[in-house]
Structures are given as C-alpha cells and as structure tokens.
Design a protein around this ligand. Structure first.
Ligand code: SF4
Length: 386
C-alpha cells in the first residue's frame, strides 16, 4: 500500500544528513537515491481494550454530568496526554478518597482498587463507577478465592504500583509481594503445599518467568494461577518488540514514564541489544539519536499511549529524514470489554443507548487523518502471527 511515492512524491523531501552540502546544491532529486530512514511500525501497539474502556468511561461520565467536577481515583491510565485532556474536560484526579466531596461521583482507574478504597467511597456516600480492567479484576478474584481456601499468595509485581496495591488489598494478610528473585529468601511460608503465585498484568514476560522459575525451584509444590495473569496486550506488545528490535538501530517507545508496560517495552528492546528510548511524544526526540539519518527505527507504544502520538512521531521522522514506514504485524488482536455495570445502569435510566455495547479494540491502522500522506508499506504477517 502506498499513499504517496517515496521519492519525488508529495511529501516534503529531506536530504540525508550524510550528503555533503555541495552535492545538495547540484544533485537532481528525482534521479539520485540516497540511504533513507526506515520506520518499522510494530503491530500490535498502543491502546488495549482495558485502557480504551477506562478512558471511554471518564468521557461518558463527563458527558452525562456536563459542568460537574468528576473525580477520578488515581490517573485513569498512566499517560500524561490522556490525563491532561480529561483534566481539561473537567476530570479531577485524586489520590485519596477523602478528597472527593461527599455524595458525588468517583471513577476508579483501570488499575483497580483495594476493598478498603471501595469501603471509604461507600462511607462518603459516593457513586462509584469502577473502570478497572476486567483482566485486573480477574487477578483480584483469584486472590480472593485462594485466600479463602487458605493459600498464601506470592504476588509477583512492583510493590508500589497501583495495580499491586489493589490486588494485595483483596487478601492483605495472605499476600506477600515478590519484586525480584532476591526477595524469595525473605518470604515467610507456613505450608509450602498451600502456596500460589499470581502476577501483575503488565510485567515483562521474561522477567516474570525468571522469578516464577526461582519460586518453583524453591517451592516445588507452588500452584500456578488457573490462566496467565500477564495480559494479552502486554504479551503481544512485548512479543512484537522482541521479534523486531534486533533488526533495528533504534527503538522508540511512545508512553509515559509511570506506565509499567511502556517501560517494559523499552527494557526488552535494550535487552535485545538495541538502543531504546521511552518518550511521551515527538517533542522529546533528541536529534543526536539519529547520527546517520538512514537508521531503521522501530516505533511502538505502550498500552496507554494514544495512536495520534505515534502518528505525530512518524510524521516528524518522515518530514525530517524522508523516512518510509513499514508496518509489521506480529500478533492478531481483537478484544472487547463491557462498560462498568454502574455506568450502564445510569445510561439506561436516562434512556441513553449504546450502554449494552462492549468497547472493542482491534489492531491500529495507519490512517490518512492521523498520519497524513506518508510512504507506507504493509508487511505480510510474520509466521508467529499466523
Ligand atoms: S494493559 Fe492489560 S491489564 Fe492493563 S488495561 Fe490493558 S488489557 Fe487491561
């Protein structure tokens, strides 16, 4: 697929930096080919269904209660652009429930909350709309079930991450957080036959495997969760970077620094031996990263990063370096999550349709409205994605 020809077409032409100044004056653009930057655009990338659903929830609540301050407990998703857009629309982000005025509406973020937070919201007579990703809720349900059965839970994850705080809160006394292999020596285990491990949904699959192997070596009877806790979106985005980064000179991950899954993508690229940078948007690009101007750059995005930011980055590389874009499909993706029950009820009571329709997210596409006219080719799926 080609929106415009890659040489001599409608895009602004940028001379490669390696071309001597004298040659720039004399060379005839259409007849001379020079090495060109290549963007490899990873697919899947960016928004997952849980993030899309959570953002939609806040937008719909703001529409429903236009003019009122809508409070959101914690950043709805970990992306500074998403948060600032919603803040401009009237959302007020808080880190404590007692900051929410009594009797008002509060939205819980995609990362989930502990029962203690729900209790505090009830005590303040708040209408809580829970935008927790269903895949996080699944891990909460596992924690509740195993603790009721008398298991001790080893929760593999980052202790200070909002999701881990929420999951741990479901079974506070039964749960110990394991961040690294070194933590295993410090665990207090009553009965090794009554142990289960669970994981944060956005871990690096490689790092988690190392910790889980060490747990199994130390506690051979430890039980695994009934299905994988690391979610489909995290797994697929990491798989794409692992598959593609080795053939690239540089990896640019669009995402915020507090986004766990975005940080993991950067680390996976670095582990593959490729330079990688996590950037919120195109303004954070450092020209020194492109020493030749003909690099192959893998572009991807964490699950909370909007596609328009990816498009802005690609447009910049096309305009500045004459880059061409090649999309690479590594895994198919199509997921749909229902809106939270409390929101569906409010919409239904007001006669607003659409509440019964789940939020569906498939693969992102390079569209002319976001990307403009860019030189584009789309690869056949890799064997792994078939
Ligand atoms: S990254 Fe995974 S767990 Fe987090 S919101 Fe997306 S689908 Fe849900």
């Amino acid at each position: 697929m080609q929106f415009t020809p890659s040489v001599g077409g409608g895009r602004p032409y940028a001379w490669p930096r390696t071309l001597p100044a004298a040659s720039r004056k004399t060379a005839q653009k259409p007849f001379v080919t020079y090495p060109q930057m290549r963007i490899v655009l990873a697919n899947p990338r960016g928004f997952c269904a849980g993030v899309r659903m959570a953002i939609d929830v806040v937008d719909r609540v703001l529409d429903l209660y236009e003019g009122s301050a809508i409070h959101v407990y914690h950043e709805i998703v970990h992306n500074k652009h998403v948060v600032s857009r919603l803040r401009e629309r009237g959302a007020v982000f808080v880190e404590r429930i007692d900051e929410v005025p009594e009797g008002s509406i509060v939205v819980f973020s995609a990362h989930g909350v502990s029962p203690e937070v729900r209790k505090q919201a009830e005590a303040r007579n708040l209408t809580a709309i829970d935008a927790t990703c269903p895949l996080v809720t699944k891990v909460h349900a596992e924690a509740i079930r195993y603790s009721r059965q008398g298991f001790q839970i080893l929760l593999v994850g980052h202790a200070d991450h909002q999701e881990v705080i929420g999951t741990r809160g479901e079974a506070e006394t039964a749960t110990q957080v394991v961040e690294t292999v070194a933590d295993i020596d410090r665990l207090r285990v009553d009965d090794p036959a009554m142990l289960v491990y669970l994981t944060q949904t956005t871990l690096s699959t490689d790092d988690a495997a190392v910790i889980i192997d060490a747990l199994k070596a130390r506690f051979p009877e430890i039980k695994a969760p009934p299905s994988e806790d690391i979610c489909y979106a995290t797994t697929n985005r990491q798989h794409a970077v692992r598959t593609l980064a080795g053939d690239c000179d540089l990896v640019l991950v669009v995402g915020s620094t507090n986004s766990s899954n975005s940080k993991r993508l950067t680390e996976i690229a670095q582990t593959a031996g490729t330079r990688a940078h996590l950037i919120d948007d195109v303004s954070e690009i450092d020209p020194a990263w492109f020493t030749r101007g003909d690099e192959t750059v893998l572009v991807t995005a964490g699950a909370s990063a909007p596609e328009n930011l990816v498009a802005g980055l690609c447009r910049h590389l096309v305009e500045t370096f004459g880059a061409t874009i090649e999309t690479r499909l590594v895994a198919e993706e199509d997921a749909a999550f229902a809106l939270p029950g409390a929101l569906r009820r409010i919409m239904k009571d007001r006669g607003i349709t659409g509440h019964e329709k789940p939020i569906r997210v498939g693969l992102p596409e390079v569209t002319a409205d976001l990307y403009g006219t860019v030189p584009l080719s789309i690869s056949a799926p890799t064997p792994a994605s078939r």
